[in-house]
Design a protein. Structure first.
Ligand code: ATP
Length: 261
C-alpha cells in the first residue's frame, strides 16, 4: 500500500477530528475523499503528509508524499518556470525533469510569466504541479479544483489520471461530485471523523442511491420525497428538482445533505 492508516485518531483540544479512521490507497489508485465541511478531510490529508501527528493509530506512507494544500503556495515574484526550478532544487531533481510538468498542467505558454500575475485557476495549476515535481508515489491534493473553471478543472483531472497511470497513489478532496464520476475514482466518504462508506462510484450508487425529488417552498422549507414524480405540487412550491441515481444521490442518502451544503 502507498498509504495505510489504521485506527487513526486526531483531536484538537476537546474536539475529535478523526475518530478511528482506517484508510488505504494502493499504487495507481485515485481516491476521492468526500464529506461535509468539518468532516476531517484536511486533517486526514495533513496526517498522511506528515504535517500533523495522529494521537492514536498507525500511519504508513511509501516515500515522500507530494502535498498540494488547500491554500495556494507559490513564489509570486518568480516565473512559472523558476517556481518549478525552485521545487526541483528543493527535492534534488533536475530542472529539465521539473519542466516536463509544464505541458500536462497547461503552463507552457505561461512559463515566463511571474506567478503572482497568473489568474486564480492558473495559480492552482502551478500549485498542483509543484506538489509533484519529485514524482511522489503518494500524491495528496486538498481541493485541487476549488474555484477552478471547467478548463482548469479538466486539466488538473487529466494530470491526476496521468500521475495514477504512472503508478502514483492519488488522494484528493473535493465537494464537486460530477468530477468524481468523470474520473471514476474510488470514493471514501468521511463524516464527523469517521469513514462511513467506501467503494467505486458505481458501487456506492448501486447500494445507496434512489431518485428523490427535492422540493423548496415559498417559506424556504426544503423537503425530499422518494421517486421522480412532480405531480401534486402546490402553488407554494418555488422549486422542484429530481435527483436521479448518481453519486450526489448516494451522498444525500448517506449524509442527509447535498455535497455543496
Ligand atoms: N487547528 C485546529 N484547531 C482546532 N480545531 C480544528 C483545527 N483544524 C481543524 N479543526 C476542526 O477539526 C474538524 C475537522 O476539520 P477539517 O479541516 O479536517 O475538515 P474538512 O473535512 O477538511 O472540512 P472542509 O470541507 O471545510 O475543508 C472540524 O471540526 C474543525 O473545526
Amino acid at each position: 500500500m502507498s498509504l495505510a492508516l489504521a485506527g487513526v485518531v486526531k483531536r484538537y483540544g476537546e474536539r475529535t477530528a478523526l475518530d478511528g479512521v482506517d484508510f488505504e490507497v494502493g499504487a495507481g489508485e485515485v481516491v476521492a475523499l468526500l464529506g461535509p465541511n468539518g468532516a476531517g478531510k484536511s486533517t486526514l490529508v495533513s496526517i498522511a503528509a506528515g504535517l500533523l501527528k495522529a494521537d492514536a493509530g498507525s500511519v504508513s506512507v511509501r516515500g515522500r508524499p507530494g502535498l498540494a494544500p488547500q491554500d495556494i503556495g507559490i513564489y509570486p515574484s518568480l516565473t512559472v518556470r523558476e517556481n518549478l526550478w525552485a521545487f526541483a532544487e528543493l527535492h534534488g531533481v533536475s530542472r529539465r525533469r521539473a519542466e516536463r510538468l509544464l505541458a500536462p498542467f497547461v503552463l507552457t505558454e505561461l512559463a515566463d510569466r511571474a506567478a503572482g500575475t497568473l489568474s486564480g485557476g492558473e495559480q492552482r495549476r502551478l500549485h498542483t504541479a509543484l506538489a509533484v515535481v519529485h514524482r511522489p508515489r503518494l500524491v495528496l491534493l486538498d481541493e485541487p479544483t476549488a474555484g477552478a473553471d471547467t478548463q482548469t478543472r479538466s486539466a488538473i483531472l487529466r494530470a491526476v489520471l496521468e500521475l495514477a497511470s504512472d503508478g502514483a497513489a492519488v488522494v484528493y478532496t473535493t465537494h464537486y461530485l460530477p468530477e468524481v464520476e468523470e474520473l471514476d475514482a474510488g470514493v471514501a466518504l468521511l463524516e464527523a471523523g469517521r469513514i462511513i462508506a467506501t467503494g467505486s462510484v458505481s458501487e456506492l450508487v448501486a447500494a445507496h442511491a434512489e431518485s428523490v425529488v427535492e422540493i423548496t417552498y415559498t417559506d424556504g422549507r426544503t423537503v425530499r420525497r422518494a421517486g421522480t414524480s412532480l405531480h401534486g405540487l402546490g402553488d407554494d412550491v418555488v422549486r422542484a428538482e429530481v435527483i436521479r441515481p448518481s453519486l450526489e444521490a448516494a451522498y444525500l442518502a448517506l449524509t442527509g445533505r447535498r455535497s455543496a451544503e
